[in-house]
Design a protein around this ligand. Sequence first.
Ligand SMILES: Nc1nc2c(c(=O)[nH]1)N[C@H]1C(S)=C(S)[C@@H](COP(=O)(O)OP(=O)(O)OC[C@H]3O[C@@H](n4cnc5c(=O)[nH]c(N)nc54)[C@H](O)[C@@H]3O)O[C@H]1N2
Ligand SMILES: Nc1nc2c(c(=O)[nH]1)N[C@H]1C(S)=C(S)[C@@H](COP(=O)(O)OP(=O)(O)OC[C@H]3O[C@@H](n4cnc5c(=O)[nH]c(N)nc54)[C@H](O)[C@@H]3O)O[C@H]1N2
Ligand code: SF4
Ligand SMILES: [Mo]
Length: 884
Amino acid sequence: MQSPRPAVRTTCPYCGVGCGILATPDGAGGLTVTGDPEHPANFGRLCVKGSALGETVGLKGRLLAPRIGGHEATWDHALDLVARRFCDTIAAHGPDSVAMYVSGQLLTEDYYAANKLMKGFIGSANIDTNSRLCMASSVAGHKRAFGSDTVPGLYEDLEQADCVVLVGSNLAWCHPVLYQRLAAARDARGTRVVVVDPRRTATCDIADLHLPLAPGSDAVLFNLLLAEIERRGLVSEKPEGLDEALAAARATLPGATGLPHSALRQFVDLWCDSDRIVTVYSQGVNQSDSGTDKVNAILNCHLATGRIGRPGMGPFSVTGQPNAMGGREVGGMATMLACHLDIENPVHRGAVQDFWQAPRMAAKPGLKAVDMFRAVEDGRIKALWIICTNPAVSMPEADRVARALAGCDFVVVSDMIARTDTTRLAHVLLPATGWGEKDGTVTNSERRISRQRRVLAPAGQARDDWRIIAGVAARMGWGDAFAWDGPAQVFAEHAALSGVAGALGSDFDISGRAGITATDYDLLEPFLWPQSAARQGGRFFGDGRFHTPSGRARMVAVAPRPPQPTSDGHPFRLNTGRVRDQWHTMTRTGLAPRLSRHLAEPFLELHPADAARLGLAPAALAEVSNPHGRAILRVLVTDRVAPGHPFAPIHWTDETASCGRVDVLVPGAVDPHSGQPALKSATVAIRPFPADWYGFAISTRQISPDCAYWARAVLPSGQQAELAGQGEPQDWSETARTWLGMAGEPLVFRDPRQGLVRMAFVQEGRLQAALFVAPGPVALSRGHLAASLGADCGGEILAGRPGADRMDAGAVVCACFGIGVNTIRHGIATQNLMTVEAIGRALGAGTNCGSCKPELKGLLCAVAGQPQPDDPSSGKRALMESRG
Ligand SMILES: Nc1nc2c(c(=O)[nH]1)N[C@H]1C(S)=C(S)[C@@H](COP(=O)(O)OP(=O)(O)OC[C@H]3O[C@@H](n4cnc5c(=O)[nH]c(N)nc54)[C@H](O)[C@@H]3O)O[C@H]1N2
Ligand SMILES: Nc1nc2c(c(=O)[nH]1)N[C@H]1C(S)=C(S)[C@@H](COP(=O)(O)OP(=O)(O)OC[C@H]3O[C@@H](n4cnc5c(=O)[nH]c(N)nc54)[C@H](O)[C@@H]3O)O[C@H]1N2
Ligand code: SF4
Ligand SMILES: [Mo]
């Protein structure tokens, strides 16, 4: 018998909370995963995405070998080709004719290598990252206010605060463990929580006050707050620009927020009366064409009152990606230099060049993401290397970006997954190791550096990203500068460079770790930066000293700008964002059946008044369009969004749906300071999608439909797909065989009067596939059908009803334990469960990651006949149940 393998301490690869994980290999290529009780980010907690990591590490869908032009190639061939094409392009057209587009999901060591190659050796700063879509406005705002891109506070500040304001942050779904820490602190000490978001999100479950402000009016809100801070005599500091900022604040009129006076007053009272106050902000602030000003409007209030850098107080930009912070540290954006140094400062450039012994330093900032893809489009960039990101889905004007890639002379993509919307457009594909296989460090939102450790062997021929980059660098002639033998050496070099930066005044200095050995690196415990002889960890700016030339903080006079107006032709403002159980373009979370059960289809949250006016019933399909593109989304009627302001998730791609990419609708308008695009405010037209028929299918094989609307998701034993089309196929049996990957004759049930067609493929008594077609959205219990796939079945499946002896669990609420809405309702009714905790004790729901607690609370209220507080999935659930 094999002895049990020890658990490996590592870090979650999803959000910026950066939870510690104990991963235990099962010896068969899989992993079991639990929270690391000793990690200071999560103290043992994990959310549902982290808990499901073990389901995503298999070989399914992986890119296992390099490919050139779609054909498998050796590493030598592929790396030679990339190096040769980059060298030839540079020789013919100069260093700015090539570019790299990288990611906040790279490890620091990968990121460091990419930045060194591009800025120091190729000699161009044309390296930008998906962090441009994510954190760029926070970076620009920090630099304007603090003189450096420094996150002042710590997670424990959220626990020590008397009031926490969440602005444009759906913390419950996007930073679930930090949300749980806040919720626990609120239970323990009555922390007041304010949510500022046009939508009523799951986060509102713990809000004492929800401000559903007009989209884009955050700067107005914080200017009003600043004016009131002055009026109440709370200005205690004298930052630079104070008078100008106050004057701008005083000149701001309250109307634009659309909030009633009483709500504004409550907000101002709470903020002003709480000395210990933390203002957390995220994409509702950053992703705007005036995002940097909004950031500074928030920072102004903390700077004027001195509520910064001390326990329980400060502004807090929560980062999205696991290594958004590490990317900033290595200077991974086109506008930065390594270790928070300034690319436009010749002294800084010289110091980095000396340290790297770099032959050709970039002398000016490079192209920011949106401009970079424009340069690809018009041929200024002729060779592009994309690493660890999926821009054909996630960039604004996504169709235009995809066309630009299709027209580019040479596109290289490093990814761990074979088929994505972006890998499809590559000339060369390089297989990267994924989480569980790679070794390195990441930095979370509170500046804590943690190790990701290798637990599994690399899949196929996959290699670590830093090693791939070093391989190309060596073939371009710079082998000596990239001759690391492991990530520990890359980290040590980065730490040593940070010492050079620290001597030049940089906040980012981890030179205390510059001498690290491979053994120390293996054992490295999570630590906060800075780590130098002068400073170890802690908060910044509590002493009133900032990184500006004068040492004083800077307030910025903000003149709030409204978002681009809607028009008669495009009267809706489309808000976009995330759902609880999926990560971005779903290349990994989409592999886990348990994560696909929460919300399995691209959807549009639409206010009832809008839905009625447009003639869109719940579960109908809507066509959303503007001159940039078009999407077809399932309608979810809900008053959690305001009239005129629908919301759609960002996760669906051409791999998972026929027409579900929302970024085809988002224009490329950017913030003038940060270059961050306004991803939350596309103006669109909406109309019913005229489907002649609707369908639902399950199969043990890959489902490949050919109809106007489809969206597929994984099941434990196959796939499911929602379908709809215009013009009925001639022969449904033949169509079903093709789409569901089946052979032979299906059992068929037809009801011509009702326009129903149902068919099932059964082999040796086991259900292999089924297709249900109806003239309207198909009303069926998806959960029951999914559970029947691959199981023994009789003809009853064509009745589409649960077996008489079984209760249909209904749409899944608790994804960790797969507990459905009907099971929970039944439990509440029959076992007299009165609280979320009682549900947990009786049924287990909500006891692992806790992500579904807001929904459990909603169900309790519904059963008790009270108005539901905030159950963001209840609309979706009603929708699914109406069909089942
Ligand atoms: N489950 C899950 N978690 C994730 C991710 C994921 O893909 N899935 N991605 C990670 C990443 S990279 C990021 S960047 C973070 C993002 O984390 P968040 O920023 O919390 O998430 P979003 O859903 O993008 O947007 C947050 C909220 O902004 C609101 N909003 C829109 N417009 C405005 C406005 O004008 N003002 C205000 N105040 N609010 C507005 C939206 O309604 C939305 O609820 O999440 C991280 N965590
Ligand atoms: N409309 C709208 N658009 C948005 C947003 C929004 O809120 N609204 N949010 C924006 C934000 S904040 C972000 S962060 C972006 C995210 O957008 P993307 O970065 O495009 O999304 P991901 O799906 O995370 O892409 C990561 C890719 O890297 C691959 N990968 C994973 N691990 C590795 C690895 O170790 N090495 C390599 N080489 N590849 C790997 C994955 O398979 C996947 O293909 O989307 C942005 N786009
Ligand atoms: S909150 Fe969830 S997704 Fe974020 S790091 Fe922790 S376990 Fe991972
Ligand atoms: Mo992000």
